[in-house]
Write a protein that binds this ligand. Structure first.
Ligand SMILES: [Zn+2]
Length: 319
């Protein structure tokens, strides 16, 4: 049976997704995120579309925007930028760390079934347009559920427990894949166990940031052994880890036989993108990092899996 990936412009065959980067930020609306870090504001359609055109010219085909609903996501812009550039864009419903929301935001005042209902509706009916709730759904629909675990774990407080339960419910109902932000030193295995107990198998989970959150090869293997996709998305971000460390981590995981489970991405913001005045493009992995991977011993088949085939499987809607 042929799999499908849900993009903002409609469904595409998974096998047609080409080269993918499963965790980028194309737009972030002005709001609470900006008050936490000045890099977390980017709303220029022209500049983000320019980045996407550069990505496409280099051979890129699909980007997942990891900004979830009510946390600065700009759904209309995602659809417009995809149309302008020809790059497939997958949008996220779900949630991020709770300190990214204003006091009284929907994640605090809504109960689990209301939140699950929102995530499901964003897949079935269309995304809501901005941070202001109550608007009518757009034509563009979500294709990914974003989640985020903080150091305290899922059961540290009632809000995270409620949000994760809502995400599991929405994943079970819609078949969407689930991406999880792992905060420094948070436990990825806890997340895998939580979803598995609720019927979401590990092959539907994309675990993000473990390269910077816990640089421990044995731990990575333990997480990979569960069957999740592990996304290495701290590439060219030396304030966390160097490219040399990233390459030795990837080489070790390839050596250990995990080539079917690794994804590559950049987790960009305006502080790193060329179109916003910084020094790197969304095309960095294709143009600069793949040659480094080859020099580090990765084979063409392994690179094709990490850039394309694994993501095509990970993003497929399961139902
Ligand atoms: Zn991110």
């Amino acid at each position: 049976m042929e799999g499908m990936i849900r993009t903002v412009l409609g469904g595409i065959k998974s096998a047609d997704a080409g080269v993918c980067q499963c965790h980028e930020h194309l737009f972030i609306e002005m709001g609470k995120p900006y008050s936490l870090a000045k890099s977390l504001y980017m709303d220029d359609l022209g500049k983000s579309a320019e980045e996407l055109r550069g990505y496409r010219a280099a051979g890129g085909s699909l980007i997942v925007d990891a900004q979830p609903v009510f946390a600065g996501r700009m759904a209309e812009n995602l659809a417009a930028a995809s149309e302008a550039s020809g790059v497939h864009v997958v949008a996220s419903t779900g949630f991020y760390k709770t300190d990214f929301y204003e006091e009284g935001a929907y994640i605090f005042r809504s109960d689990e079934s209301q939140i699950a209902g929102l995530f499901i509706s964003e897949f079935e009916n269309g995304m809501i347009s901005s941070q202001k709730d109550g608007g009518k759904p757009l034509d563009a629909r979500a294709g990914m559920i974003k989640t985020a675990i903080d150091t305290g774990g899922i059961f540290a407080d009632g809000t995270y427990a409620k949000l994760f339960s809502a995400a599991a419910e929405a994943a079970a109902r819609t078949g969407m894949p689930v991406m999880c932000h792992i905060e420094q030193n948070a436990d990825a295995l806890h997340v895998v166990d939580f979803f598995e107990k609720r019927g979401i198998e590990p092959g539907r989970l994309l675990i993000c940031h473990l390269d910077r959150a816990r640089y421990d090869f044995a731990y990575h293997k333990e997480v990979l052994d569960t069957g999740v996709y592990l996304e290495y998305d701290t590439i060219n971000r030396p304030k966390y880890i160097s490219n040399r460390e990233e390459l030795s981590l990837i080489a070790a995981m390839l050596e250990a036989g995990y080539e079917d489970r690794i994804l590559l991405s950049l987790d960009t913001t305006n502080a790193r993108l060329r179109a916003y005045g910084a020094d790197m493009g969304l095309d960095y992995i294709i143009k600069e990092f793949v040659p480094l991977l080859k020099a580090a011993g990765a084979g063409d088949g392994q690179i094709r899996k990490m850039q394309s085939l694994n993501a095509q499987q990970a993003l497929t809607i399961k139902n």
